[in-house]
Design a protein. Structure first.
Length: 201
């Protein structure tokens, strides 16, 4: 079984035990008996039940595709995520950063590691896509931090409640259309609710 998945699965259970207990059946059912991702060869691909295809990029890091559309750089996804994480420094006045859709997780993991004083929220409505990220990249630095919030599988009203508690004016929302196209209606609905709540203040 995938060693990255095993490590992430163990760390998830330690860091978010309530989440783990609630979603354990979905976490397990979202991963078939796939080969170890670390043994994936350059010309091989892994098809996940959620519809994503994972393959190696030119630099050897993993990238993903949905219906043939690349979610990350096909050349260097880690460097792409690092550039995006660095670009968020222009929003240094914000205390919380909400990542809308997880992709393979590169950007929130890198950003959280480089900005441990910031609150980092991951908003992903579908457990199966979160599982792909856990299967593919190392989340150990992410799960070691205190200021992280998983809004995975959470309904829109629960997400709004968390964002209101933090303060919408303190939050910067990081959107990537490719990461949200698997459930566009959910993210469109969330955007509408966020805008409605902003207008109240």
């Amino acid at each position: 079984m995938n060693s990255i998945w095993n490590k992430n699965f163990h760390l998830l259970k330690q860091r978010f035990p309530e989440f783990y207990e609630i979603f354990y059946p979905q976490l397990i059912s979202s991963i078939p008996n796939l080969k170890d991702i670390e043994e994936l060869k350059e010309d091989e691909k892994i098809e996940f039940p959620c519809g994503w295809t994972v393959a190696k990029s030119k630099t050897g890091d993993l990238t993903a595709f949905e219906n043939g559309v690349a979610l990350h750089s096909k050349y260097n996804p880690r460097q792409e995520a690092l550039r995006l994480a660095d670009s968020l420094s222009s929003e240094e006045s914000k205390s919380a950063f909400a990542f809308m859709g997880i992709g393979l997780g590169y950007t929130p993991v890198i950003f959280a590691k480089n900005n441990p004083d910031k609150i980092v929220l991951v908003i992903e409505p579908d457990i199966a896509f979160f599982v792909v990220a856990l299967y593919c990249i190392d989340f150990s630095s992410f799960f070691s931090l205190q200021n992280i919030i998983l809004l995975v599988g959470a309904p829109t009203d629960a997400i709004i409640s968390v964002m209101e508690h933090i303060g919408l004016e303190k939050c910067h929302f990081v959107r990537n259309k490719a990461f949200s196209m698997h459930n566009k209606s959910f993210f469109d609905s969330l955007d509408t609710l966020l805008e409605r709540n902003r207008s109240k203040h």
